[in-house]
Design a protein around this ligand. Structure first.
Ligand SMILES: NC(=O)c1ccc[n+]([C@@H]2O[C@H](COP(=O)([O-])OP(=O)(O)OC[C@H]3O[C@@H](n4cnc5c(N)ncnc54)[C@H](OP(=O)(O)O)[C@@H]3O)[C@@H](O)[C@H]2O)c1
Length: 300
């Protein structure tokens, strides 16, 4: 099986390359950098991809600077919506499987129970709207061959190339420097390790999961405040997390107050996805922030 990964230098793409053997030992993975294919140039997508043989295309690219997207809607829509449509068309033409990464921000956050894949999306910011249009265009272009994986609140060893670092590293730095971190306590989501998301994605591909939408997140949920508290506690830093409201931490883009995703559909195919606290523990050990994992690394 030949797999082509776009966005492989990002935190999710890096872990897909790291854990590719979990897909199958006969899998051959190639990746293209932004230099080789800038996906914001729609006309380049078909031309460049035609040079490469692949059975599966995984698109980990994305414009996910949520606040900046409010002012850069054209760029966000080009990368998050129109580019995936062109990728889906290329995959359809050669009967390849298309795996596209979307987001929990397609939801408005009014729910009080974890969102299912069948729940109606209704984004409240430009980033979410661009990702939702991407999903819709893919489904219109090639529903029969596309897997759309919604992930959320990612942390991975490579750090986000789009945002520079990730939430875990930011909290660790601030906690060490200031001894106190102020974090919003009224937004609840699904913290997700890119290692576990990558393993689940590769397992879905390996098991030839049916086309459709999948919520690929760690089990459990947390507010950003609870997430920060857990980071500080597991890292053993003598610092305090202080809860604040999202109104106190004003930002250009609105964010859903509740975007927890239900991962049962994926778990039924690939097995239980570990709790985010366990995933955080593995992450901290791997990055050298703590000496060793509290529990042995679990495999999906
Ligand atoms: N991070 C999150 O918390 C989060 C939450 C929900 C959903 N997602 C989605 O998950 C996916 C992966 O996120 P991530 O955190 O792994 O992102 P990331 O670390 O920022 O990586 C993004 C990747 O996309 C590439 N890329 C960006 N614009 C490109 C362009 N115009 N042409 C070609 N390549 C381009 C980047 O290349 P360079 O290294 O050259 O910049 C990088 O390899 C994205 O689709 C994102 O929207 C992320």
């Amino acid at each position: 099986m030949k797999v082509l990964v776009l966005g492989a230098s990002g935190q999710l793409g890096t872990d897909i390359l790291r854990f590719r053997v979990e897909c199958s030992d006969s899998v051959e993975v190639i990746s293209l950098s932004r230099k080789e294919l800038d996906v914001s140039d729609a006309s380049a997508i078909g031309a460049v991809l035609s040079d490469y043989p692949f059975d599966v295309l995984i698109n980990c690219t994305g414009y996910h600077k949520v606040d900046e997207a409010e002012e850069h809607a054209t760029e966000a829509f080009a990368i998050n919506a129109h580019a995936p449509r062109h990728m889906a068309a290329v995959c359809r033409a050669r009967s390849a499987t298309f795996v596209h990464i979307s987001t929990d921000y397609v939801f408005d956050g009014r729910s009080h129970k974890p969102y299912l894949e069948t729940d109606a999306p209704s984004p409240i910011n430009v980033y979410g709207a661009s990702k939702l249009l991407g999903e819709s265009l893919i489904l219109r272009e090639y529903a029969e061959g596309s897997l759309i994986a919604r992930v959320a609140s990612l942390f991975g060893i490579a750090g986000s190339s789009g945002k520079g670092g990730n939430f875990v590293e930011t909290i660790l730095r601030l906690a060490r420097e200031k001894g106190e971190v102020r974090v919003v306590h009224d937004i609840r989501m699904s913290p997700t390790s890119t290692a576990d998301a990558a393993k689940a994605l590769l397992a879905l591909i390996h098991k030839r999961a049916a086309p459709g939408i999948y919520h690929v997140v760690n089990s459990g949920d947390a507010t950003w405040f609870e997430f920060a508290q857990e980071i500080i506690q597991q890292a053993g830093i003598a610092a305090k997390a202080v809860p604040i409201t999202s109104q106190e931490f004003s930002s250009p883009a609105a964010r859903p107050a509740y975007s927890v995703l239900d991962n049962q559909k994926v778990a039924k195919i690939v097995g239980l996805i570990p709790d985010w606290r366990e995933a955080l523990n593995r992450y901290l050990a791997e990055k050298g922030h703590i000496r060793q994992c509290a529990s042995s690394a679990s495999k999906i």
